[in-house]
Design a protein around this ligand. Structure first.
Ligand SMILES: NC(=O)C1=CN([C@@H]2O[C@H](COP(=O)(O)OP(=O)(O)OC[C@H]3O[C@@H](n4cnc5c(N)ncnc54)[C@H](O)[C@@H]3O)[C@@H](O)[C@H]2O)C=CC1
Ligand SMILES: O=C(CO)COP(=O)(O)O
Length: 326
């Protein structure tokens, strides 16, 4: 089944996904807010976000969102989590009725604590909402390296249809009905990737890093469970899978942010690291719901400047001893 796919966002992930949508045989229109990105994509490059990568032919790039959305069979929202609300407020009136909105950003809205599907539902109450997430660096996808993701929609047959429409032999899409589980996995892994980078940057060693990621996964599981997510989702591509990827590679912007933090380097002007905005609100959500999440709280406190990495490590290591399970 091929269709016209509208991609909102001309950054690294929006461009890579637009390329993939073409490779899967779909017609693709991409909206970017700035003319420079549109012109670059027309020249088949995106040096600001995907340097050195040739963009596939046939992507119709424009700064006119109404033209991009006209006749779309589905829309991919690939705008950073904290900017999604502002973008949807502008474009929602042009999104065709009943067309699925596939959320591709990874984060929790900082000011409201809402998942991105809840933000989308405010603007598009009559459009089905889906989420695409999993271990997949934009440059890997754009370079044609094999990647696997999961597509979630409450109406599972919709997720199955989207997975069929987006997949190729180099991009394998699984499907699930567990929208919340997929969203939480994608959002929280960024917080742990910052922590993993900080542990590495501060020279705390590989053992500490493995312990931190494992205990971080426990926190992810607790929060996901409190939101009603299925355990299998947390064990899947958007939970464990993305945690493994981004907690172990400096190619991750969140890991690289943590690395700079741990080394005491300047954090100004760095690329997007979604975990920075998500850490604080995730800590607040955990606190409100009475969920034990000491690593998330430590990351939030370090980012807020209220404790140092060494203080956070001491506090984590001297918590009362407890059974591992639970
Ligand atoms: N880059 C990657 O490897 C992956 C990124 N993601 C997720 O995709 C989302 C987007 O990330 P990237 O594309 O990598 O970021 P990016 O920093 O490369 O690009 C962000 C794009 O969004 C645009 N933008 C920002 N605010 C906007 C607004 N208010 N209205 C319209 N456009 C706006 C920027 O101009 C830019 O084109 C993030 O949530 C990220 O976690 C998910 C998987 C992989
Ligand atoms: O989500 C990603 C890979 O799955 C990209 O991670 P970063 O945003 O940390 O680069």
């Amino acid at each position: 089944m091929s269709m016209r796919v509208a991609v909102l966002g001309g950054g690294a992930w929006g461009t890579a996904l637009a390329m993939q949508m073409r490779r899967a045989g779909n017609a693709v229109a991409l909206w970017a807010r700035d003319e420079a990105t549109v012109e670059a994509i027309r020249r088949r490059e995106n040096p600001a976000y995907l340097p050195g990568i040739e963009v596939d032919a046939g992507i119709e790039a424009s700064t006119d969102w109404a033209a991009t959305l006209d006749g779309a069979g589905c829309v991919l929202a690939v705008i950073p989590a904290q900017s999604l609300r502002g973008a949807l407020a502008k474009v929602a009136g042009s999104v065709p009725a009943d067309v699925p909105m596939v959320l591709c950003a990874k984060g929790i809205e900082h000011d409201s604590g809402l998942l991105l599907s809840q933000v989308a539902a405010e603007f598009l109450p009559n459009n089905p909402v889906a989420a695409l997430s999993g271990p997949s660096f934009a440059a890997d996808l754009a370079n044609g390296l094999p990647t696997a993701v999961v597509i979630a929609a409450r109406e599972e047959p919709m997720a199955v249809r989207l997975a069929q429409a987006f997949s190729t032999e180099r991009f394998r899409c699984y499907s699930t009905g567990d929208l919340v589980g997929v969203e939480i996995g994608g959002a929280l892994k960024n917080v742990f990737a910052i922590a993993a980078g900080a542990v590495t940057g501060a020279g705390l060693g590989a053992s500490a890093q493995a312990a931190m990621v494992t205990r971080g996964f426990v926190e992810l599981r607790r929060i996901a469970q409190a939101f009603g997510a299925e355990p299998e989702t947390v064990m899947g591509l958007s939970g464990l899978g993305d945690l493994l990827l981004t907690c172990s590679s400096a190619q991750s912007r969140n890991f690289a942010y943590g690395l700079a933090l741990g080394r005491g380097e300047s954090l100004a002007g760095r690329p997007l690291a979604e975990g920075v905005a998500t850490a604080g609100i995730a800590a607040t959500i955990a606190g409100r719901r009475g969920i034990e999440a000491p690593i998330i709280s430590a990351v939030a406190a370090i980012l807020a400047g209220s404790i140092t990495i060494n203080e956070a490590v001491s506090a984590l290591m001297t918590r009362p001893l407890r059974a591992e399970a639970g």
